[in-house]
Design a protein around this ligand. Structure first.
Ligand code: ZN
Length: 394
């Protein structure tokens, strides 16, 4: 996509077509605050750039027939969601519908060079399958803090070797298109906003409980990143003075008590001293414990495994309750790998938040699980880059 967006009216048109699909000129005339003739000029300019195309004649609503307008069917966006232990890569059309999606296990601790190599191989595979002849832009999520304008990870605790790596620049050169890099939690929040449970909500929190715990903050429809891009890093809020030592060097952080790493540590301890027969049996048969083992043990009614999840939900709920008091969101969405723990986790988070937060803040507050699962990140990443390309200044 070489065309530039000339003004805010064009930007409004492009974003609407992205989010609603094909629209008639008549409908666009009703929602865009422009005279009929000025709107026609802007649409004609966009037609000239090739960003939009005519798409047949709309069903008549009386009066003159009105042509449909849609975004170019040739536009292609790339979404890359790098997690701590897996990577998802997807190609979408201009409406951010997924045309091809690959997911692979991958340890982010292998470092940026190896991970980028793997990601580029996955992109090549998707392109070879015919999903994209070219790419118009790419969005990337990584599991750590990012200096957003430059797209550089900054001292990410679970990403050794990534500190200061010019990821945006490197991928931009390799892919030959504009690239934006953001924290994976922000990207997942954008995914929920675009295609998930938070579609109609302007102010919400997206809490990711995966290997680590983080929070995407969407205020007035926009992701709030803070001055240095570290807003929402709630995994390192202290929940226990003088508590467990955390990976970040502090004591008593939420992540030292819950999240994938803490859960597996505690599950091993329960298996080792036979407090959990289910986990002990699973450890004995495979030699290791995974999140799926904890979920299966809980589903089988193992009381120690259930209590582990309840305690984790309780601590996470404590932190979310403070966030709710502070931010007054319309919705809290819970996503990430640990949502596989299901209703037990959600119920204990809800209980704690409703108990602890002021009634005015929680009166109509839905606390819900993500609908999108593993596609939240890649859809959000394409939303991130398309927001950027369809806006005026870039
Ligand atoms: Zn910490």
């Amino acid at each position: 996509m070489t065309a530039r967006v000339a003004n805010s009216h064009q930007s409004t048109l492009l974003l609407r077509l992205r989010d609603r699909g094909s629209q008639s000129r008549a409908v666009l005339g009703e929602v865009i605050d422009l005279s009929r003739s000025k709107l026609a000029v802007e649409i004609d300019r966009l037609l000239e750039t090739g960003l939009v195309v005519q798409d047949g004649v709309a069903a008549s609503r009386g009066g003159r027939p009105s042509h449909n307008i849609r975004l170019s069917p040739d536009l292609r966006f790339l979404g890359i969601d790098i997690g701590a232990t897996s990577v998802d890569v997807a190609i979408t059309n201009a409406e951010l519908e997924i045309l091809g999606h690959l997911a692979e296990p991958l340890d982010v601790r292998e470092g940026p060079v190896a991970v980028c190599e793997r990601v580029l191989a996955m992109v090549a595979e998707l392109r070879a399958a015919g999903h994209a002849e070219h790419l118009d832009g790419a969005g990337v999520g990584v599991p750590g803090p990012v200096r957003f304008p430059e797209g550089i990870p900054v001292a990410p605790p679970i990403m050794p070797g990534w500190d200061g790596y010019p990821l945006r620049e490197v991928l931009g050169q390799e892919l030959g298109c504009p690239v934006l890099v953001d924290n994976d939690v922000n990207v997942m929040a954008l995914g929920e906003q675009h295609a998930g449970v938070a579609r109609s909500v302007g102010d919400f929190l997206f809490v990711k409980i995966g290997t680590g715990i983080g929070c995407g903050i969407v205020a007035d429809g926009r992701v709030h990143r803070g001055v240095t891009g570290s807003a929402g890093d709630i995994g390192h809020i202290q929940v226990e003075p003088n508590g467990h030592l955390c990976i970040c060097g502090n004591q008593g952080c939420l992540e030292a008590y819950f999240g994938g790493n803490a859960l597996i540590r505690d599950a091993r301890a329960l298996a080792a001293d036979a407090r959990s027969p289910e986990l002990a049996a699973r450890l004995a048969s495979t030699g290791a414990l995974t999140l799926a083992d904890v979920a299966a043990a809980a589903a089988a009614g193992d009381s120690a495994a259930l209590e582990l999840i309840r305690q984790g939900g309780h601590r996470t709920g404590q932190v979310i309750a403070s966030l709710v008091s502070f931010f007054n969101p319309a919705m809290v969405v819970i996503g990430g790998g640990l949502t596989g723990l299901g209703h037990t986790l959600l119920a204990s988070i809800r209980t704690q938040v409703y108990r602890q937060s002021p009634p005015l803040a929680t009166g109509n507050l839905p606390i819900v699980l993500s609908e999108l699962g593993s596609t939240a990140g890649v859809i959000g990443a394409t939303r991130l880059i398309s927001d950027h390309l369809f806006s005026v200044a870039h």
